[in-house]
Write a protein that binds this ligand. Structure first.
Ligand code: PRP
Ligand code: URA
Length: 209
């Protein structure tokens, strides 16, 4: 079974409270999502492999550690996932960015794919799929299906807020994909919205509706 990590870092929790708040406007919402994505990227990259490098300090020669050049791909689920990309890139600037476009049919809540473009060397990359919300799990499951269909083998999923229903569905569908969450909420409402959640992530990020 895949692992689920809920980040309880005080900075993440503090910023998430403001993200949830109905009185937070689009500009601040966007900035906060970006900042939380950076903080989550710091946690998610904890296990990146290192290698030794010979360097010279002003004092002496030494062997020190550098990242061993693992290939990373960030894949936002359009459109709300876009809000998390820059924040992750701040810490992993060499990462390539793929895009998967999905929307939830408002009646059936089923995800419909309308776009997919990934880096060419899919099989060699470790992918981090980003989306602020994991609600029913349908979008994340479909995005990961799409990645696997194109050859991806090493995938993590990172979101701000998840419902227990979505986590369960994602783990059942993809038991090789670890899930990284800033907050695990109570439940879904009858329209598939996370309670208490933050509302519609795409609309709040882009000021639509
Ligand atoms: C939202 C959100 C997720 C999805 C989560 O996107 O950004 O992608 O819903 O719901 P699920 O877990 O039940 O699939 P939405 O479909 O509203 O599209 P948008 O990002 O274009 O607004
Ligand atoms: N998508 C959102 O943007 N918000 C939710 O609460 C659920 C799905």
């Amino acid at each position: 079974m895949s692992k689920v990590y809920v980040f309880d870092h005080p900075l993440i929790q503090h910023k998430l409270t403001h993200i949830r708040d109905i009185n937070t406007g689009t500009k601040e919402f966007r900035e906060l999502v970006d900042e939380v994505a950076t903080l989550m990227a710091f946690e998610i990259t904890r296990e990146l492999p290192l290698e030794e490098k010979e360097i010279e300090t002003p004092v002496t020669k030494m062997t020190s550690k550098v990242l061993s050049g693992k290939k990373i791909g960030i894949v936002p689920i359009l459109r709300a996932g876009i809000g998390m990309v820059e924040g992750v890139l701040k810490l992993i600037p060499a990462a390539k960015v793929g895009h998967i476009g999905l929307y939830r049919d408002p009646q059936t809540l089923q995800p419909i794919e309308y776009y997919a473009k990934l880096p060419a060397d899919v099989a060699e990359r470790e992918f981090i799929v980003v989306d602020p919300m994991l609600a029913t799990g349908g979008s994340a499951i479909e995005a990961i299906n799409s990645l696997k269909k194109r050859g991806a083998v090493n995938i993590k999923f990172m979101c701000l807020i998840a419902a227990p229903e979505g986590v369960k569905a994602l783990q059942e569908a993809h038991n090789d994909v670890d899930v990284y969450i800033a907050a695990l909420d109570e439940k879904l409402d009858d329209h598939g919205y996370i309670v208490p959640g933050l509302g519609d992530a795409g609309d709040r990020l882009f000021g639509t509706k």
